[in-house]
Ligand binder design. Sequence first.
Ligand SMILES: Cc1cc2nc3c(=O)[nH]c(=O)nc-3n(C[C@H](O)[C@H](O)[C@H](O)COP(=O)(O)OP(=O)(O)OC[C@H]3O[C@@H](n4cnc5c(N)ncnc54)[C@H](O)[C@@H]3O)c2cc1C
Length: 502
Amino acid sequence: MNTEQPIRRVVIVGGGTAGWMAAAVLSKTLGPRLEIALVESEAIGTVGVGEATIPQIRLLTGLLGIDENAFLAATNGTIKLGIEFDGWLRSGERYLHAFGRLGHDLGMLRFHQYWLRARAAGFGGSLWDYSLNNAAALQGRYAHLDRVEGTPIEGLVRAFHFDASLVARVLGKQAIAAGVRRIEGRIVDVALDNDTGAVDNVQLENGERIAGDLFIDCSGFRGLVIGQALGAGYEDWTHWLPCDRAVAVPSASTSPLLPYTRATAREAGWQWRIPLQHRTGNGHVYCSAFMDDARATDALLENLDGEALAEPRVLRFTTGRREHFWHKNCVALGLAAGFMEPLESTSIHLVQSGLSRLLALFPNAGLRQSEIDEYNRQVSFEYERIRDFLILHYHANERHGEPFWDARREMAIPDSLAHKIAVFRDNGRLFREGDELFTEVGWLQVLIGQGIVPSGYDPMAEGIDANKLRGFLDNLRGIVNGAAQQLPAHSEFISGNCAAQA
Ligand SMILES: Cc1cc2nc3c(=O)[nH]c(=O)nc-3n(C[C@H](O)[C@H](O)[C@H](O)COP(=O)(O)OP(=O)(O)OC[C@H]3O[C@@H](n4cnc5c(N)ncnc54)[C@H](O)[C@@H]3O)c2cc1C
């Protein structure tokens, strides 16, 4: 769709995390050029979940110039060093997808190749012995640490847990201060231009019409503009990721305050645990073909580690993505763009990366179909790679005799994932493709954690004498352990730097 009309008026439909992120980012970066309005309806409300992030969230706070400690204090936030997967391979087994690097690469070769060689020779210990994030997380410790002093070893890599409704408030305040006009009201109609079929305006219940040149659909699962008005289809991925419901409930905080998210496998899905300063966020993601809402709710309530603080709430979803994320003059972000369960905390990141791609391709004099196509190509690729990563967690399980898990193990998987697993299985080779989100180290931990251990390793790993290799690995483990033990408790870090105001 090529048009010559300059993009001046941007209308953001929806004021959840996605809408306010879009408002804050666009007003910060293109503010003086654009007139930005955001429409939200208090009566409809927001989805009200979405509390765990990945390290890229710090690019957002950095871009917006938000002080991190003040942000954590304002959102009851805590530090997140990774995600613990409990029972995903087999009941009783656990591993962390820890952020940051593992060990130290040598020459041209990734660290894990040396570890694989040592493992084949019967030494080297666990892969996670070489992760500082893992050690600090499991010991409940945290302090800012860019590098382990006197060594080339990377320090701790952090993301945040936070209260999503408070995040929207912080971003909203900043966006409004930067000139974004907030409009309260329920949208009852979306009017299209007769000639182009593009969106002309949205109409509120009180009759007011809000016209725009570009519409950002952040209306949540309903996809009010992109789906309902413009008819952009939805690609359903439930044959790969069949969980279609979640029940969520907050519970009282418990001690120690853990600096990581926990994802515990359950009979027909999994349970999340997200520690915030004032409460713990919990939810049970499940597949309705294998478990009904009542059983899922009971299972959640039976497995809380503090008293429930509210009535459990059931949410329904269909895993998948829009066939077009940007269609005509509408860009969908957040739940309106697609949904993948929060197993690797990727949804808020997808809003952020959608915004960064939109900025990289922001229409200059008018809309250009080539730029719209490029946006859709990039976002599709990112969604599909994340999808594959999530499927891996389910598919590579050894929970034999449990119908839900047996079906996940036996299902056909996307060719792209099958290929990635096959290349890894032979000699531990992993390649990050293009702009895919998860690094080799992320894939590595989940592959090994899910029991996929390569039968060989890269021949270049033979380039070091066995005794030297043993010394190198012992030294790295010593550095990781020593550095972790010197860190204060996570709760001490929070109370000393970013305690929420009571
Ligand atoms: C169970 C679950 C757990 C999740 N956990 C995580 C997580 O840990 N980490 C993570 O990154 N993400 C997570 N997510 C995803 C995350 O919650 C969302 O990506 C994020 O909250 C963005 O939501 P949204 O703003 O797109 O939609 P919503 O929060 O639903 O907001 C929609 C907005 O549109 C407005 N609206 C809708 N219709 C109209 C109308 N007719 N008129 C006017 N306004 C309208 C609403 O009022 C609201 O303001 C989770 C999602 C679910 C379902």
